[in-house]
Design a protein around this ligand. Structure first.
Ligand SMILES: NC(=O)c1ccc[n+]([C@@H]2O[C@H](COP(=O)([O-])OP(=O)(O)OC[C@H]3O[C@@H](n4cnc5c(N)ncnc54)[C@H](O)[C@@H]3O)[C@@H](O)[C@H]2O)c1
Length: 473
């Protein structure tokens, strides 16, 4: 859509007509600019390339799940929803109960149930594709082997913890001419699709700069990046990739120009031993005297707030005593650790400034001390401005001076309730299943080529944070 058509859709007579607003309305518009009070119109009726998650295929894709944890079982669920399009025919997980849980659900025969990923590739190729949803440091080897054996790959992000391995996966995908879709799920979420389409329409003129903030809910920070799988950058991946590769990717995607330089800073401020309150034991479950006044208490987060329970293999039992028992039992007791006594090193605040081709700039900030997630984005253009919170965004056109809002419900667009990542998880799978069925990687917006580019930005940011130098990308 070009800017003229866009304005027509909004009912603006001529692109050059400046509509004079009374002082009160001007003040109102200005207030909205600052704190987002009720806006004046809707963008919801625009055609912004948003589709239901049901795939349009007449061929079933068969798939092997490698890593049947949280992400693997989420992706496997899509096969239950649309069995004509996707069938799980193999499962691998080093935890036998996880392998069994997913394999039983999908009727996977005994000979296609595996432990370690390497066992999958000891038998001849028996599916169209694999899902690699193992931990970050177990992406590279299974992905390389899968490509060599002729499988297409749905690959969890981050692609790999090192730049060298990321580039090797890209080269391997080219060598064997296979589709690799990286799970940059936000590119498929209706909110971000709509945001990008509005920018591409020219509604705000030429994009000049972006401010983007990624708040991490404080208990989520404690769970994943202090106690959990991504707590240590050397054991997993630096947080700028582990958590924020989505954000760098979205910035690159919306600005639609290559990033030239990046400079980053940030550190671990709070979650370290010197900040432990006096007398705090190693675990919250060891009778900590501060447990009831600590916002990061594991007992509170898991047994009372009941957040992030998927790591405890509860099989639906959410009884607080049962969860507490799990929290005291290895290996789950690692989640009971005091946040000041973990082997963590991930920064809890991280800033990065990027310069893109043509001098466009982006300022990114990841913040761990926030009450809720929900990415905040402000996009500055020569003719307008957009501000969004992850579910709704407001557009200010400098000519009409009337704010317009996009706030469509994901469940209505996708005709499905409960899709993760703002609907991105299953929309990605729809595009992957269609890409494999038609052997057409062009149906994906997160191909391995573009995904590696934003990963390279992340590696450059981390180099800059550690060295204090501005890095070329
Ligand atoms: N796209 C996203 O937004 C998003 C969100 C969360 C996590 N992730 C990524 O997805 C991946 C998986 O994360 P998760 O939260 O599902 O973790 P998880 O721990 O729940 O699942 C990983 C599974 O892999 C299994 N596994 C480990 N080593 C294995 C091996 N050698 N062979 C076979 N199985 C093995 C584990 O037993 C576990 O069940 C990670 O790389 C993570 O960073 C992506």
């Amino acid at each position: 859509m070009i800017r003229r058509d866009f304005l027509k859709t909004l009912g603006v007579a001529a692109a050059g007509a400046a509509v004079g607003l009374p002082a009160a309305a001007r003040a109102a518009a200005n207030r909205e600019f600052i704190d987002g009070v009720e806006p004046g119109g809707s963008l919801n009726n625009l055609d912004l390339n948003l589709r239901p998650i049901k795939p349009e295929v007449d061929k079933q894709t068969t798939i092997i799940v490698i890593g049947a944890g949280s992400r693997g079982s989420t992706y496997a669920r899509y096969a239950e929803m649309f069995p004509y399009a996707l069938k799980v025919v193999g499962v691998s997980d080093i935890l036998e109960h996880r392998c069994r849980r997913t394999a039983d659900k999908h009727g996977v025969p005994a000979e296609h149930r595996f432990g370690d990923w390497s066992e999958v590739f000891k038998v001849p190729k028996f599916a169209d594709a694999v899902i690699v949803s193992t931990p970050d440091d177990v992406h590279y080897a299974p992905c390389m082997k899968a490509l060599e054996m002729g499988y297409h790959v749905l690959l969890e992000k981050p692609v790999s913890p090192t730049e060298k391995e990321c580039k090797s996966i890209l080269a391997q995908a080219k060598k064997y001419d296979r589709i690799v879709a990286v799970c940059h799920v936000l590119r498929y979420a209706p909110y971000f699709v709509a945001l990008r389409e509005i920018v591409r329409s020219g509604a705000i003129g030429e994009i000049v700069s972006v401010q983007h903030m990624e708040p991490i809910q404080y208990a989520h920070m404690a769970h994943s990046y202090v106690r959990g799988n991504w707590r240590n950058s050397k054991l997993s991946t630096p947080i700028i990739l582990a958590k924020s590769c989505h954000d760098l990717d979205i910035l690159r995607w919306i600005i639609d120009k290559p990033c030239k330089t990046i400079v980053a800073d940030g550190s671990l401020h709070l979650f370290k031993p010197e900040n432990a309150p006096e007398g705090a034991p190693m675990k919250c479950t060891d009778g900590c005297p501060h447990e009831s006044t600590c916002p990061y208490s594991a007992i509170d987060i898991y047994t009372k707030q009941k957040r992030h329970l998927n790591v405890f293999d509860l099989d639906g039992n959410k009884d607080p005593d049962f969860i507490l028992q799990r929290l005291k039992t290895p290996p789950y007791d690692s989640y009971a650790r005091c946040v000041y006594h973990c082997d963590n090193d991930q920064p809890d605040h991280y800033v990065a400034e990027m310069v893109f081709e043509g001098g466009k700039t982006a300022a990114f900030s990841m913040e761990a001390f926030a009450p809720a997630g929900g990415r905040r984005t402000r996009i500055m253009g020569t003719m307008g401005y957009i501000e969004g919170d992850g579910t709704r965004f407001t557009l200010w056109d400098f000519l009409t001076r009337t704010p317009k809002v996009w706030d469509r419900k994901v469940s209505e667009i996708q005709e499905y309730k409960g899709a993760g990542h703002g609907g991105g998880d299953y929309a990605l799978e729809r595009d992957f299943v269609e890409a494999v069925a038609f052997n057409d990687p062009g149906r994906l917006s997160s191909t391995i080529d573009v995904s590696i580019e934003s990963h390279v930005m992340g590696f450059a940011a981390e180099r800059s944070r550690r060295s204090g130098r501005k890095e070329k990308v």
